[in-house]
Design a protein around this ligand. Sequence first.
Ligand SMILES: C[S@@+](CC[C@H](N)C(=O)[O-])C[C@H]1O[C@@H](n2cnc3c(N)ncnc32)[C@H](O)[C@@H]1O
Length: 299
Amino acid sequence: MEYLAPRPGGIYVDATLGGGGHSRAILSSISPGGTLIGIDRDPDAIANASRRLVSCEARVHLVRANYSELPEVLDALGIQKADGILCDLGLSSFQLEHSKRGFSFLRDEPLLMSMDGDSSGMTAEELVNAAPEEDLAFIFRELGEEPHARAVARAIVREREKGRISSSLALAGLIHRVKKPFSRGRERIHLATQCFQAIRMSVNDELGHLARLLSVFPGVLAPGGRMCVISFHSLEARMVKSRFRELAGECICPPDLPCSCGRVARGRIVTKKAVKPGAAEVSENPRSRSARLRVFESF
Ligand SMILES: C[S@@+](CC[C@H](N)C(=O)[O-])C[C@H]1O[C@@H](n2cnc3c(N)ncnc32)[C@H](O)[C@@H]1O
């Protein structure tokens, strides 16, 4: 909230509504007279938040949409610019623990992993049972930074020849068996963590949607407004950092040559370095350990 700096009467977007924690904090700062637009691609998040986020002193619009469609969402509400946008990437605790969509490797659930909560897109089960070994290895290596990507992909292909892999626990068990001999009991996190993250990111095209959001947000951010992004993955963090640098007009030409990149500053980077959680926050909320906050302010 300190970085978003919401003020009474302003228009703010919580692009990742989730459990509504951030939205509640924004609402308490923008009342009276402000407007909150809460977006989530998950219909359960919208339904849960509708029950919790009632305000008599501010306008609240909760919209089921992808944040990559932010300009279209605002347009449909008759809003041209927002005074601030907050984006807290990834999965919510609710989705992990209660959605029954196979996000958790600790529960036996159908392998869906769709954040959209419907069957319109590809499911994790389809991906795991149909993708070529090469593609699975690429997904595990690139999105999961999984050191044993090839071995896990090969084991999945062998296993599915015997029968379909259709539950989260079956997949987690298989990954665990493949990785166990390499770990020698030194694992700090569950051995399936990185592969599950990679599958989820692929099924939901998370990097693709983030890329579009980063491309379109300057068009709907009012002068002086801030874009705050909390990322949990190194590829996401890199995308946010490099887009903010581009928007801040940072030249990318070699220092010994005249500038030819033609970048023009459209704002400034507020956080010279990513803001990280302190030790106390991590011990209270271990899931915050990899969170990185970056903030851009529009001219
Ligand atoms: C980390 S949670 C947000 C938690 C929230 N800040 C809170 O205070 O409870 C991320 C949420 O963003 C949603 N989400 C992820 N990618 C999205 C996208 N491309 N468009 C819209 N919502 C998205 C997820 O469905 C999830 O509910």
